[in-house]
Design a protein around this ligand. Structure first.
Ligand SMILES: NC(=O)c1ccc[n+]([C@@H]2O[C@H](COP(=O)([O-])OP(=O)(O)OC[C@H]3O[C@@H](n4cnc5c(N)ncnc54)[C@H](OP(=O)(O)O)[C@@H]3O)[C@@H](O)[C@H]2O)c1
Length: 334
C-alpha cells in the first residue's frame, strides 16, 4: 500500500511516499481503507521530534481519519460491523497512545485498528468532515463545554484561534452566546475568524493582545471589572503571563497544550490576587466525537477546512502548518 513515512526526525523532506506492506489484522481488529485523513498541530512536532514522546520509527503521520471497513478480524462482532461500513476512529489506542504520536497514523491507504475504537459515521457526513473532527474538535468541545463551561455573555479571548482547536473553540463560544475575541497572526485569517463567529479580532503580528484587551475592557481590577472572563491559551511560552493579565477577577484560563513552550515564566501574584482558575483539558471521549458528527449533520457546526488535497501533498500541507499558513484543518484524501 502507499503511505507517507518518515524514518528519522527532521523537516518535511523526511516525509516520503512509499510502498509498504499492508498492516496485518489481529483477531479483535478491522482493516480500514482510509478515505480522508487530517493533520494536527502535533504532527510537525512528531516529525521534528520536539516533544518528549518516543515516537516509534519509521512513523506514519495523521491521527484523524475516516474510511470504510475492508476486512474484519476473526473475533470482531459480525452483527455490529461489516465490510463497507463507513467509520472513523477514536484515535487513542488503550495502553499505547495516540495515532500519529505513538502508533502509526493514517496518512496511508490501509490501517488496522481495534474494533473497540471504531465509531460509525452518520450517513450524511462526508469523509473529509469526519476526518477533520476527532483530535482538535473533540478537545475543543471538552475544553469549551465540559471543562470550561463557557456561557452566554461571557467575554472569551481565544489565542491561536486560527488553528484546528482554535476554529472550533471560536465556533463553540459563539454558539454559547459569548462575546469572542479571537487572535490570529495574519490579516487574511482575521476576516475568516469573523465569518466563523468572532465578535472582535486581534492581529497578533501587529498588536499586543494584552494591550488591546485592556483598551477594550479596561485593566482587570482587584475590586472587580475589567478584562475578560475566559482565556483559551494552548500557546504557552511568552503568551502565558500576558494572558493572566487579561483575566478579570475569578476568570478562567483554559489550557490543552503549549505550542510555543511548556515552561513559561510565571507570575503567581495574578493567580492568587485575582482568584483565577486554571483549567487543564486533555483529550475527549468517543461520545464527544459522535456528538460532533451529529452537530455537523444537523447543520449546527461546520468543520473549517483549510485545504482538501491528495495524500501525495502531505509534505506541502505539513510545511504550511509549520509556517502558520493554515486556517482550520488540512485534510488529505486517499
Ligand atoms: N491535550 C490535548 O488533548 C490536545 C488535543 C489537541 C491539541 N492539543 C494542543 O493544542 C494546540 C493546538 O493544536 P492544533 O492542532 O489546533 O494546532 P494548529 O492547528 O497548528 O493551530 C495552532 C495555532 O496556534 C497559533 N500559534 C501561535 N503561536 C504559535 C507558534 N509559536 N507556533 C505555531 N503556532 C502558533 C497559530 O495561529 P496564528 O499563526 O494565527 O497565531 C496556529 O493556527 C497544540 O499545542 C496541540 O498540541 C492538545
Amino acid at each position: 500500500m502507499k503511505a507517507i513515512v518518515f524514518h528519522a526526525h527532521g523537516d518535511v523532506d523526511n516525509l516520503k511516499l512509499e510502498d509498504i506492506p499492508a498492516p496485518s489484522v489481529g483477531a479483535d481488529e478491522v482493516l480500514i481503507r482510509v478515505r480522508a485523513v487530517s493533520l494536527n498541530g502535533f504532527d510537525p512536532m512528531m516529525l521534528q521530534g520536539t516533544t518528549n514522546l518516543k515516537t516509534p520509527l519509521p512513523m506514519i503521520p495523521g491521527g484523524d481519519f475516516a474510511g470504510e471497513i475492508v476486512e474484519l478480524g476473526s473475533a470482531v462482532d459480525r452483527t455490529r460491523w461489516k465490510p463497507g461500513d463507513r467509520v472513523c476512529s477514536y484515535p487513542v489506542i488503550e495502553g499505547i497512545g495516540l495515532l500519529g504520536e505513538l502508533v502509526r497514523g493514517a496518512c496511508c491507504e490501509l490501517i488496522s485498528m481495534p474494533a473497540a475504537n471504531l465509531l460509525r459515521m452518520p450517513d450524511d457526513i462526508s469523509f473529509t468532515d469526519a476526518a477533520a473532527l476527532p483530535i482538535a474538535y473533540g478537545t475543543a468541545l471538552r475544553m469549551m463545554r465540559t471543562r470550561g463551561q463557557v456561557k452566554t455573555d461571557e467575554k472569551v479571548l481565544v489565542l491561536g484561534a486560527t488553528g484546528g482547536v482554535g476554529t472550533c473553540a471560536v465556533q463553540l463560544a459563539s454558539m454559547a452566546g459569548a462575546e469572542v475575541i479571537a487572535c490570529g497572526s495574519a490579516e487574511w485569517k482575521l476576516a475568516k475568524l469573523k465569518e466563523i463567529g468572532a465578535t472582535h479580532v486581534i492581529d497578533t503580528s501587529k498588536d499586543d493582545f494584552r494591550e488591546v484587551i485592556h483598551r477594550m475592557y479596561g485593566k482587570p481590577s482587584f475590586y472587580g471589572g475589567g478584562g475578560v472572563d475566559v482565556v483559551v491559551n494552548y500557546i504557552g511560552g511568552d503568551t502565558w503571563v500576558p494572558s493572566l493579565k487579561c483575566l478579570t477577577q475569578r476568570g478562567r484560563l483554559l489550557i490543552c497544550g503549549a505550542t510555543a513552550g511548556y515552561d513559561p515564566k510565571e507570575d503567581l501574584r495574578y493567580i492568587w490576587s485575582f482568584e483565577h482558575t486554571i483549567i487543564g483539558c486533555d483529550g475527549w471521549y468517543p461520545e464527544d466525537q459522535t456528538k460532533l458528527m451529529n452537530m455537523v449533520v444537523e447543520g449546527k457546526l461546520k468543520p473549517v477546512l483549510h485545504s482538501v488535497r491528495p495524500l501525495e501533498e502531505t509534505p506541502q500541507a505539513m510545511q504550511e502548518l509549520i509556517d502558520r499558513k493554515v486556517f482550520g484543518k488540512s485534510v488529505l484524501t486517499v
